[in-house]
Ligand binder design. Structure first.
Ligand SMILES: Cc1cc2nc3c(=O)[nH]c(=O)nc-3n(C[C@H](O)[C@H](O)[C@H](O)COP(=O)(O)OP(=O)(O)OC[C@H]3O[C@@H](n4cnc5c(N)ncnc54)[C@H](O)[C@@H]3O)c2cc1C
Ligand code: SF4
Ligand code: SF4
Length: 394
């Protein structure tokens, strides 16, 4: 606390804002410090306590328990964080001391308004909603499901997998990304405690911690999942090719009815209404004609699913930095500047070039390759911070 002049202004507090005792003690969280508080509450009949020390996150419970032990309602205690928010982030003693005074004054004003509260017990719904089916969402879902609780795993794309499904090999083991990811995807897709909702998005959340009511929109796939065997004939026969902006990062094609990649979970295709010739022109239906199980359903509608959960895990991942913003590197202007994700697709044997590193024309092998790391990161014009990702994949 060398940065904050605690000793001088602790005394200043006396008599102000109804403060009748202000103490300075080095280790207020120690048992001796707590005893000081309980003693003062009992002997001076204190009705409110403010502790100006570290973050409430660390010791709020400690000081509230001390108050409770002295017979004071624990919610009549407030903590003013003058360590994390003041002494650790300032070096100028005068500025730090002035800020600490303001923070403590705020806490004193606040505690005056506090009402005594009684703790109540609220039943918690044991079900969990995990939003986002990338590796983080999959792993969270599996751990919760393996602990015996039910999980609703909601993914907006047709398959779970997220970015990891697009990579060739992954640091640090340099194992094939799909080899690590696929078993987890399959486990999540078949786990008895996981309800997998792909091609779905959360529409509405109401309720409160422990008891949420969630409405999920399951978008029409135009495929009857009960009949589809995942044979892939529909996409083979579909005449409509579309640039695959998601899974192939714009470097490859998919059909208007498609499963995003071979190991997709679930393995049912989705029909892309915006690009399907039947939805645009009213003719085609080649997929319906060739589907051996009659699973194509052009009349399928979006469905709203209501669930109750106690916990929500948000694992919606990231979007790539738009490299066009750093114009001097030429991405989007020069044809053969690629993002790292595009490079992953190029080097992936299952990618659009079967793993051949070629230029955008799809055939010319580059004579040389230059790699620029950290584009958009550690740059005051874009993101000051480090993403902690680039070097892992470099
Ligand atoms: C080119 C590149 C190479 C990399 N290489 C490596 C490596 O070698 N090793 C390594 O450890 N890390 C690597 N990383 C980092 C790695 O990709 C991430 O740490 C990891 O994939 C993040 O997983 P995630 O589940 O958090 O997010 P994501 O993979 O982004 O998954 C998020 C999921 O949430 C879904 N989603 C988003 N919003 C919603 C919504 N509203 N509703 C429903 N679903 C939603 C998305 O569709 C997606 O499926 C690399 C990153 C890049 C860009
Ligand atoms: S052809 Fe029919 S059964 Fe096969 S993947 Fe397509 S919709 Fe499913
Ligand atoms: S109806 Fe649409 S999805 Fe089916 S084959 Fe024709 S273009 Fe493809």
């Amino acid at each position: 606390m060398d940065v904050v002049d605690v000793a001088n202004w602790a005394a200043e507090k006396l008599g102000r804002q109804g403060v009748i005792i202000a103490r300075e003690y080095k280790f207020m969280c120690s048992s001796l410090g707590q005893e000081l508080i309980t003693k003062d509450i009992k002997e001076l009949g204190l009705t409110r306590v403010v502790v100006a020390a570290c973050s409430p996150h660390l010791h709020e419970k400690t000081f509230r328990t001390a108050a409770k032990n002295a017979g004071l309602n624990p919610y009549l205690v407030e903590l003013a964080s003058i360590r994390e928010q003041v002494s650790w982030v300032h070096s100028d003693k005068a500025v730090a001391t002035a800020k600490a005074k303001a923070v403590v004054s705020g806490a004193v004003s606040r505690v005056i308004e506090n009402a005594a509260l009684d703790e109540i017990r609220v039943p918690i719904n044991p079900n969990t909603l995990v939003v986002g089916g990338g590796i983080a969402g999959i792993q969270s879902a599996l751990e919760i499901a393996n602990a015996g609780f039910h999980v609703y795993l909601v993914e907006r794309e047709p398959s779970i997998g997220g970015h990891m499904a697009q990579f060739d090999k992954t640091f640090p083991t340099l194992d094939c990304s799909a080899c690590i990811l696929t078993p987890r995807m399959v486990e999540a897709g078949t786990h008895p405690n996981i309800t997998l909702l792909t091609w779905s998005e959360v529409e509405k959340v109401t309720g409160f911690v422990g008891n949420f009511h969630v409405t999920i929109k399951k978008k029409a796939r135009f495929i009857n999942e009960a009949l589809c065997t995942g044979c892939g004939i529909c996409q083979e026969k579909c005449p409509k090719k579309v640039i695959d902006e998601v899974y192939e990062a714009g470097l490859g094609y998919r059909k208007a009815v498609y499963t995003p990649f071979a190991q997709a979970v679930p393995n049912f295709p989705v029909m892309d209404k915006e690009n399907c010739t039947y939805f645009i022109k009213g003719t085609c239906k080649a997929c319906e004609k060739f589907c051996p199980t009659g699973a194509i359903d052009f009349n399928q509608q979006d469905e709203l699913i209501n669930i109750d959960v106690g916990n929500i895990v948000l694992a919606t991942g990231y979007d790539l930095f738009d490299a066009r913003r750093v114009s001097n590197y030429g991405y989007g202007r020069l044809p053969n500047v690629f993002t790292s994700l595009e490079f992953e697709r190029l080097s992936n044997a299952a990618g659009p070039t079967s793993g051949n590193i070629v230029l955008r024309d799809g055939k010319t092998t580059p004579k040389s390759v230059g790699i620029i790391h950290c584009v958009g990161s550690r740059d005051k014009n874009f993101n000051n911070y480090c993403s902690v990702i680039c070097c892992m994949q470099g």
